[in-house]
Design a protein around this ligand. Structure first.
Ligand code: NAI
Length: 408
């Protein structure tokens, strides 16, 4: 990917929380100085360490707030080697000229596979029978056990994970319905339904794949659970806040629902040393897993590759595709030019001021792309090699400029 000789000095990369080997190797092969630690850092420690760090890689436990960013004088980018990014103050990072990257698709398949496995386990009461057998109880019986073929699967949230589950379920002979607040292209033979109520009343299995938002908080509570078919099953591998657990327990105990598979909970232990407590514990035909939907070797590897790839592309050619807090700009490299990267406050007149600088210096622009999002604008501009340094210095001096780099 490297097209420019930038950076002239060694870029320092600090990776925390046991970021995968694949990511570390990728940075090392690219020639960067990597320090990789297996643990998270407190804000205080990070503030002391971050001044000369160019790229920071974290997972979910290291918090990067405005006070940490204020000390991050050299920071170019942050990589969240996970899906979520709420451990970073995204607005503050953008205003600091720091794009934040993550790995949104890396564990999609892993979640889909677990959901499919659980659909069959629930239909065969296999989790429950396994629990009994561990306790010495031999319950060989077909009562309440069915195939999943010809049954209806209702998917709530048809983003990345939902359609993958739909396709796998169709391969098992299931009929697939989905409900999403945004119109989506159905994959395979899946059918979109117009309302959540329609989905709930028609499905034998209901599986949730929505994000945690104000709209999804308790979206399956008493009134919605009541609409579900007698003897149907609920799966939640999305976020714990989406289901009212007490209402779910009620519907399981009275036999309205025949079982559930729950991977996420309103309150989850913060480490493996803490006990897990939930009213769902001990209920028959309820499969509980400790938020492992996306936890596979393959997903970890993909997260490492996806996030490190995005970070390298930003450091080496300035691409911000995939950044969660920055305008997306990706420009093919023009040979024989230098590249100016400028992040600025999103106010009127900045492009005009930049173009005036270039015109006054008599420099030829080979390619120029600017995009804005929220409070920041981001420009990639390829210019003739002569005077590129002066262009960079003058753009950097504009009052609206937040951060300017030159790739040469
Ligand atoms: P996504 O963002 O690709 O898809 C979410 C879909 O839900 C979007 O199509 C969106 O339009 C839809 N949606 C949002 N609000 C809705 C509403 N009120 N009603 C109906 N649809 C709504 O997300 P992705 O990657 O498919 O993940 C889904 C969920 O799974 C997320 O909450 C994520 O955090 C969780 N997840 C859990 C994992 C685990 O280990 N159990 C691993 C990976 C993701």
């Amino acid at each position: 990917m490297k097209q420019y000789s930038y950076p002239p000095h060694k870029v320092k990369i600090l990776l925390l929380e046991g970021v995968s080997r694949e990511a570390i190797e990728r940075f090392e092969i690219a020639g960067y100085a990597v320090e990789a630690l297996g643990r998270a850092m407190s804000a205080e420690e990070l503030k002391e360490r971050i001044a000369d760090v160019h790229v920071l890689g974290i997972r979910s436990k290291t918090e990067v707030r405005a006070d940490v960013l204020a000390q991050a004088r050299s920071l170019l980018a942050i990589g969240c080697f996970c899906i979520g990014t709420n451990q970073v103050d995204l607005d503050a990072a953008a205003l600091h000229g720091v794009p934040v990257f993550n790995a949104p698709f890396s564990n999609t398949r892993s979640v889909a596979e677990l959901a499919i496995a659980e659909i069959i386990m629930l239909a065969r009461r296999a989790g429950h029978k396994s629990d009994l057998l561990h306790r010495g109880v031999w319950e060989k019986s077909a009562t309440g056990c069915t195939e999943v073929r010809h049954k209806t699967l209702g998917i709530i949230g048809y983003g990345h994970i939902g359609p993958q589950i739909g396709l796998l379920a169709e391969a098992l002979g299931m009929r697939v319905l989905f409900y999403d607040i945004v119109p989506k292209l159905p994959l395979g033979n899946a059918l979109a339904v117009a309302s959540l109520e329609e989905l709930l009343t028609q499905s034998d299995f209901v599986t949730l794949h929505v994000p945690e938002t104000e709209l999804t908080k308790n979206m399956l509570a008493e009134p919605q659970l009541r609409l579900m078919r007698q003897g149907s099953y609920l799966l939640n591998l999305s976020r714990g806040s989406v289901v009212d657990v007490d209402a779910l327990v009620h519907h399981l105990q009275r036999g309205h629902l025949a079982g559930a598979a729950i991977d996420v909970f309103p309150e989850e232990p913060s480490s493996n040393d803490e006990p897990f407590v939930s009213p769902l514990c001990g209920l028959a035909n309820v499969i509980l897993t400790p938020h492992i939907g996306g936890s596979t070797v393959e997903a970890q590897r993909n997260i490492g590759l996806e996030t490190s790839g995005a970070l390298l592309k930003f450091v080496e050619v300035g691409s911000t595709t995939g950044a969660v807090n920055f305008p997306a700009v990706e420009v093919p490299v023009v040979s024989g030019s230098h590249r100016v990267l400028n992040c600025h406050r999103n106010v009127p007149g900045v492009l005009k001021a930049i173009n005036q600088i270039v015109a006054d210096l008599g420099v030829n622009i080979q390619r120029q792309t600017l995009a804005t999002a929220g409070d920041v604008g981001y420009l990639i501009m390829d210019v003739d090699k002569s005077l590129a340094g002066e262009v960079k210095t003058k753009i950097d001096a504009l009052p609206e400029s937040i951060k300017t780099r030159l790739l040469f």
